[in-house]
Structure formats: structure tokens, C-alpha cells
Design a protein around this ligand. Structure first.
Ligand code: GA4
Length: 322
């Protein structure tokens, strides 16, 4: 009988570190603020997003990714569209294929999709409903954050990501099983699905199927795996929210490792502001003696700079005050 090496178990203490926020209970606002300060990452439960809707969209995503490569590449594009193995345009690669879309679902810009899918209307409707529902949940989380931080009015943060002109993005990722990994140990250390990075936007909202792979970086530099939970949503603080809170909240570094046996399918909603939105530390969060750590920028300026960077770069550095 072959000898199987024992998979390395993460210590229980580290796995249970990930903060869980019940957004149906306003009392969680303090735990939410602490999660954003300590980790820049948290899991949301009791969110009210329909599990049926999530399943429909996941089914549609699986259907899209199972199309022959020759069809998927018909909708290849940058910065939006289909991509395989290459991430961004500055030389980053990963064991992943993906579809990037504008979340404001002006379907005009997605005319490429209908021709490829069996049920384009089902996909379109599910996507619309999903982004609307996840967008509302994101606003609720931002209002809880405002309450927890004492920011008035309560919609100061949520208005940044609501309305017609916001530049929010929706991403479907498919991490196929990776044959390069030793099946016995599932040692994926050197096969990266999606390399370490922070997200440029305000908040990112991730939902995945039951395959693990996501890891977050703690302030001590260690990586901890995030156990998958298809019924919850995982949020991470983006660079823009780090700036708005003058560094009090951390834009968390995260990555995805490939898996030898199972496909991972994730969907991420990146809540971004409008292109002309100015981003700077909120004065109401600063005391008289506090200095703003960042120069003011517009989202469009930040986005241009971010899209010219490599995945693992510190994208905020050029905007730090000297
Ligand atoms: C990271 C967050 C989102 O997935 C994304 C990514 C974007 C892309 O895949 O095209 C970027 C990356 C992300 C940041 C740096 C640049 C741009 C790849 C890359 C190397 C859609 C986004 O907005 O920024």
C-alpha cells in the first residue's frame, strides 16, 4: 500500500481567527470595525442574499467555463472579458481562468456573451439580480462600519459605491484542478492560482464553492487559509478604504493556491466609486494633531496607476505623503 504523507493541518487557533459578522444584528458594528482594523477581512453571515440565486449564477459560470477554449477566447479582452493564465497586462500569471465584467450591467458592453451561452437570458438576469443584491449587502456593511466609527451621516461610505456611475466590477474565477501538484500531499505551495495582492477598490465581496484555496496575510506576515463556506460571503478591505480611514483599516493581502483534485469557482464583486470620486482620509476620523497619510487622488487616477502595476506591488506607495 502506498504511504500517504499526512497533510499538514493548520492549528485550530489560526483557523478560528477569521472574524464572523452577523449583519442582521447592529451590535456587530464594533466587531466589524475591529475585524477591518486587525485583519482587513471578515466573513458575513445572515446576509439575506438568496442561495437559489447564487446557485443559478454558479451553474451559469460552470457552464461558461466548460465551453471549448476556442469559444471562450472569442470574448477575451482587457481590462474586461475572458482571460486564461495571464492576470493583468504586466506579466503576472496564475493557474486560473476568469471572466471580468462591469457590475453595473449595462448589458450593452456585454454583447459578447449572449452568442456563447445556451441560456443567455438566465445568465443575464441572475447576474443583474446578484450584483443588485450583493451591492445592497455591501451598502449595509458600509453603513454598519460608519456607525461603528461614528461617521455622520451614516451613508457617507455607502453612497461612494451606490448609484449609476460607480465603477464596480464583477469577476468569475475558475481554478481547474492542477495536475502539477503532488496528489498525495496536495502540496500546492508552489502552484499559485492567483498571486498575492491587495484589491484597489473600497470593499470586495467573495463567494466560492466548497473548494478551499484562499489565504490571507496576517500583520505578522504569516498566511492563513480561509476555510471555504459557500453559504457565507467573505469581505476584504480594499486600498481605497484604507486611505479613507487614514490607514486605520488594512487593505489585506490575499492569494489563492491551486488544488490537485477539485475545481474552485469563485465570484467576486469589487465595490468601487465613480471615476471622478475624490479619495482622501476622512477628516471626521482624524484628531487635530493627526496627519493625513495619503495625498488626495481621484479613483480614475488610482485605477490608472494600479492597472500599470504588478499584482504584488504596494499600489498605495506612490500616494503616500512624503
Ligand atoms: C486585483 C483586484 C481585481 O481582481 C482586479 C484585478 C486587475 C485585473 O485582474 O485585471 C489587476 C489587479 C486587480 C490589480 C493590479 C493590476 C490590475 C491585475 C493587475 C496586475 C480586476 C482589479 O481591479 O485590480
Amino acid at each position: 500500500m502506498p504511504v500517504l504523507s499526512k497533510p499538514v493541518e493548520e492549528p485550530e487557533s489560526k483557523l478560528s481567527l477569521i472574524p464572523v459578522i452577523d449583519i442582521s444584528d447592529p451590535e456587530f458594528k464594533h466587531a466589524l470595525v475591529k475585524a477591518c482594523e486587525d485583519f482587513g477581512f471578515f466573513k458575513v453571515i445572515n446576509h439575506g442574499v438568496s442561495s437559489e440565486l447564487v446557485s443559478i449564477l454558479e451553474h451559469e459560470a460552470v457552464e461558461f467555463f466548460s465551453l471549448p477554449s476556442s469559444q471562450k477566447t472569442q470574448v477575451a479582452g482587457y481590462p474586461l472579458g475572458y482571460g486564461n493564465r495571464t492576470i493583468g497586462r504586466n506579466g503576472d500569471v496564475g493557474w486560473v481562468e476568469y471572466l471580468l465584467m462591469n457590475a453595473n450591467l449595462d448589458f450593452g458592453s456585454h454583447t459578447f456573451l449572449p452568442g456563447l451561452l445556451q441560456n443567455p437570458e438566465t445568465f443575464r438576469n441572475a447576474l443583474l439580480e446578484y450584483t443588485t443584491s450583493v451591492g445592497k449587502m455591501t451598502c449595509k456593511v458600509l453603513e454598519m462600519i460608519s456607525n461603528g466609527l461614528g461617521i455622520k451621516p451614516m451613508n457617507t461610505l455607502s453612497t461612494l459605491v451606490s448609484g449609476e456611475n460607480t465603477d464596480s466590477i464583477f469577476r468569475l474565477n475558475h481554478y481547474p484542478p492542477c495536475p502539477l501538484i503532488n496528489k498525495n500531499t496536495n502540496d500546492a505551495n508552489n502552484v499559485i492560482g492567483f498571486g498575492e495582492h491587495t484589491d484597489p477598490q473600497i470593499l470586495s465581496v467573495l463567494r466560492s464553492n466548497n473548494t478551499s484555496g484562499l489565504q490571507i496575510n496576517l500583520t505578522d506576515g504569516s498566511w492563513i487559509p480561509v476555510p471555504s463556506d459557500p453559504s457565507s460571503f467573505f469581505f476584504n478591505v480594499g486600498d481605497s478604504l484604507q486611505v479613507l480611514t487614514n490607514g486605520r483599516f488594512k487593505s489585506v493581502k490575499h492569494r489563492v493556491l491551486a488544488n490537485s483534485r477539485k475545481s474552485r469557482v469563485s465570484m467576486i464583486y469589487f465595490a468601487g466609486p465613480s471615476l471622478t470620486q475624490r479619495i482622501a482620509p476622512l477628516t471626521c476620523l482624524m484628531n487635530n494633531e493627526d496627519e493625513g497619510l495619503y495625498e488626495e487622488f481621484t479613483w480614475s487616477e488610482y485605477k490608472n496607476s494600479a492597472y500599470n502595476s504588478r499584482l504584488s506591488d504596494n499600489r498605495l506607495q506612490p500616494f503616500e505623503k512624503k
